[in-house]
Design a protein around this ligand. Structure first.
Ligand code: SF4
Ligand code: SF3
Length: 571
């Protein structure tokens, strides 16, 4: 059975700002879209039983938690496009659900949702047919607001699952984070009143809004866990000059967010005459003592995810592909061009059909990996022929580095040397409207400091913004998950200046693209942060009423022009 329709509106580049309906702008086709929907449906059923067991004081096996995180992560934007991997996830979901249902026994009270009782077929063709049938947005027509809140909850849960996964592979787990994911996904399949008026007037809207904000709070814990996992494994980031130019010799470019993968690869390449470069969101890795201690971690190559086809294809040098190997550890992968399809590898939740995948040795127990195929490919390709004249940028202003300078920063604020802070960060993407962030950064006044994080920083991180009060005006806090660092710094500043977060001379200008940004935005809202400027466009999954509510309660602003927004912030 073939079906070329789909519906997905989970990311910022969704078609016409409304939804991808035949083929994703990201390249996701209707086959993979349907398999992802069926996987989400299965995870909701699993969550129903998991939540019932946890609510009764029981416990879940670590492998069930890990499966939930890994499978949810695989459905994020630009993570996995491989139907074979989704069939494997689905078959595993069948076993997980059957086992949990048996463990739950008579525990579930009230009606059992269809997602829980649904039995996935066994053979591949039947699974694919079933995938085209599943509807994971059953309330879309009768109650757009209810569906909007459910989708916001689902996308926030996906982002949080990805962060919990990054922490998990470093051995960190937080039972409260996992428990919330079961609770949230179970809430998505709770039976709703049949008629739409009853839904609109019901407590369900309030309950879901509560869950959406609770997700924001729990995600703060999750980012804290990831921060602890990263800094325990590799030390606290420290201000570091990172070369953005290349050296002669064989090399591997590593993209994504997963520091554990990079750490293992650096160990396995030590002494082999291979240089390792970070790419995209991996840039901040250069500032962790436990990673930069490897002299063959040579710096960062290239920019944000959306220019990877040009950069990996080496288009500026004739387009015959980078003369090195590429490892994609997390989002965001784009369709590999023929020029480099023979040298790109995926690992973790990432997948692309026919791209070799490096798996962990043993799922939940042993996350060690054998990167020999990547290493052999890099050696065979020979690498760059000459050194480029070195240029550097500074990274590594995590909470530890910034808070160790808190006294000087507070003094500079009190004396008027620093008048304002801007957080200009989040995701990057291909839309021309994202030039807003470049222009905004360029317009910020010389007596201000810009904190940045996420891959959105590539819009301006190679520019020299000078210094203020002895600090670089642009401070790179890290990856998108290091929003945790920015929140800690803001909280410390508020305490030192004896004011609330919203009274700080701080403006937040957030660029979003995928679901990790959704959970971070919810964290900021759950902390009561107001006046966030969000762009380049607003999420299509926010219904007009839900958007109105966020605008009214949190003074959330869609971005307009850099000039007008900056003037409003400075006013
Ligand atoms: Fe479209 Fe984004 Fe969904 Fe891809 S992830 S199909 S681009 S909405
Ligand atoms: Fe970037 Fe994908 Fe979101 Fe982690 S790498 S910020 S878009």
């Amino acid at each position: 059975m073939l079906d070329n329709t789909m519906f997905c509106y989970q990311c910022e580049q969704t078609s016409r700002g409304a939804g991808c309906t035949a083929l994703g702008v990201c390249g996701k086709d209707s086959t993979v879209s349907a398999l992802q929907d069926l996987l989400v449906y299965q995870l909701e059923g699993i969550a129903f039983y998991g939540n019932a067991i946890l609510a009764a004081g029981g416990a879940l096996r670590p492998e069930v938690d890990y499966f939930l995180l890994d499978a949810l992560f695989s459905t994020l934007t630009n993570v996995n496009f491989d139907p074979a991997r989704f069939l494997a996830y689905l078959k595993e979901s069948r076993q997980v659900k059957v086992a949990l249902r048996a463990e739950a026994g008579a525990l579930p009270t009230g009606p059992i949702p269809a997602a829980a009782t649904y039995m996935l077929p066994e053979d591949d063709a039947a699974i694919q047919s079933a995938a085209y049938e599943v509807d994971i947005r059953p309330d879309a027509e009768r109650s757009p607001d209810l569906q909007s809140l459910k989708d916001t909850l689902l996308y926030g849960a996906k982002g949080m699952a990805a962060y919990a996964h990054h922490a998990g592979v470093l051995g960190a787990r937080d039972a409260a984070v996992n428990a919330f994911l079961y609770k949230a996904l179970a809430a998505l399949v709770q039976d709703e009143p049949a008629d739409s008026d009853a839904v609109a007037g019901s407590d369900r809207i309030a309950a879901l809004l509560g869950l959406v904000l609770e997700l924001g709070q729990v995600n703060l814990k999750c980012m804290e866990m990831l921060d602890r996992a990263n800094t325990t494994a590799f030390g606290h980031p420290e201000p570091t000059r990172v070369p953005v130019t290349v050296k002669r010799g064989p090399f591997i470019v590593v993209s994504g967010h997963d520091l554990a993968d990079l750490g293992q690869l650096l160990q396995q390449t030590a002494g082999k005459g291979i240089n390792v470069y970070t790419h995209g969101e991996m840039l901040p890795a250069n500032s962790y003592p436990g990673l930069k201690k490897y002299p063959h971690l040579r710096g960062n190559y290239g920019g944000a995810w959306q220019v990877q086809q040009r950069e990996f294809g080496d288009l500026d040098a004739g387009g015959s592909g980078l003369p090195g190997a590429i490892l994609m550890t997390t989002n965001c992968i784009l369709e590999p061009r023929p020029s480099y399809a023979d040298r790109i590898f995926t690992t973790g939740a990432v997948g692309w059909p026919d791209v070799p995948h490096i798996s962990a040795r043993n799922g939940v127990k042993d996350f060690s990996k054998d990167f020999s195929p990547v290493i052999e490919r890099a050696l065979a390709l020979g690498g760059w022929q000459a050194d480029e004249p070195e240029q550097t940028i500074i990274a590594g202003f995590g909470h530890n580095a910034l808070l160790s300078n808190a006294g000087a920063i507070v003094e500079a604020v009190k004396s008027g040397q620093i008048k304002r802070f801007f957080l200009v960060g989040g995701c990057d993407g291909a839309k021309t409207g994202r030039n807003y962030y470049t222009r905004f950064a360029e317009l910020t006044p010389p007596d201000s400091i810009m904190l940045t994080l996420g891959c959105g920083k590539y819009r301006f991180n190679k520019q020299d913004f000078g210094t203020v009060a002895g600090f670089p005006r642009l401070l790179d806090v890290g990856q998108c998950n290091d929003a945790y660092s920015a929140i800690r710094v803001a909280a410390a500043l508020a305490e030192a200046l004896n004011c609330g977060l919203n009274d700080l001379p701080l403006s937040m200008v957030v660029s979003w693209f995928e679901q990790k940004a959704v959970c971070i935005l919810l964290t900021l809202l759950s902390l009561g942060v107001k006046n966030i400027y969000l762009g380049p466009t607003l999420p299509a999954f926010l219904s007009p009423n839900v958007l109105k509510l966020l605008v009214e309660q949190y003074d959330l602003h869609p971005i307009s022009t850099p000039e007008a927004d900056l003037a409003a912030m400075l006013n």
